[in-house]
Design a protein around this ligand. Sequence first.
Ligand SMILES: NC(=O)c1ccc[n+]([C@@H]2O[C@H](COP(=O)([O-])OP(=O)(O)OC[C@H]3O[C@@H](n4cnc5c(N)ncnc54)[C@H](OP(=O)(O)O)[C@@H]3O)[C@@H](O)[C@H]2O)c1
Length: 217
Amino acid sequence: MRTAIVTGTSGNLGQAVVKKFLAEDVAVEGTGSLQIDSPHYHSVAVNLIDEIAAGEWIQSVISRHATIDVAVLTVGGFAMDDIAHTNSSAIAKQYQLNFETAYNVARPVFDQMLKQGSGRIFLVGSKAGLDMRNSKGMVAYGLSKSLLFRLSELMNDEAAGTEVKTVVIVPSTIDTPQNRAAMPGADFSKWQTPEFIADIIYNNYITAATAESTIIL
Ligand SMILES: NC(=O)c1ccc[n+]([C@@H]2O[C@H](COP(=O)([O-])OP(=O)(O)OC[C@H]3O[C@@H](n4cnc5c(N)ncnc54)[C@H](OP(=O)(O)O)[C@@H]3O)[C@@H](O)[C@H]2O)c1
């Protein structure tokens, strides 16, 4: 059975990704509080800002599964403010939440996948991180997400010639209860459901030969 890692299983996107992969007969090892009664699913609470805890979790997954075939790193968060109101500690906070939580998992997973010779890592970027012109009023968020694109470039460069690929998924607004509450006047039909994004991730994972490094939704 193939094995997936999913961080943020209790989150909107994380939950949809877990359900999609389980439905496709992929075992899921997650971080987060989502509980599902399946012998192929296991999720534990890990503070992924803690590099040692993140590394120990990955090692425990490797000890229980022969390979890590795919990793979907959904943990992240949002903050608004313009430059005048964004001090360096606000940037550090978003950096920890959006970059370190991904890096602390991606790094040991990447190492394992290089040993295997194959694997796919999905990072979750954002339009703000893709182009700083989209980051006005969300400075710390945009800066922190931008690093995920640079990280994927580095990883794909280091893994050149192997079947280890890193892909950045770039959602538009996700249709979540939190976004509906924050933007009650918006046209929700224009938003992307977590299930739609989970399908895109799974379909990209199984089309090994045509991996794009950035998927803009
Ligand atoms: N929502 C949008 O419109 C949108 C748009 C573009 C991109 N994105 C990105 O898409 C991703 C998923 O979004 P979402 O709406 O599904 O997010 P979400 O519902 O807020 O879920 C975030 C998850 O991250 C976990 N988390 C937070 N800090 C953590 C830490 N230090 N260690 C471990 N887990 C931690 C949370 O766990 P707890 O609940 O236990 O804290 C939660 O499960 C995020 O990276 C987000 O930036 C979202």
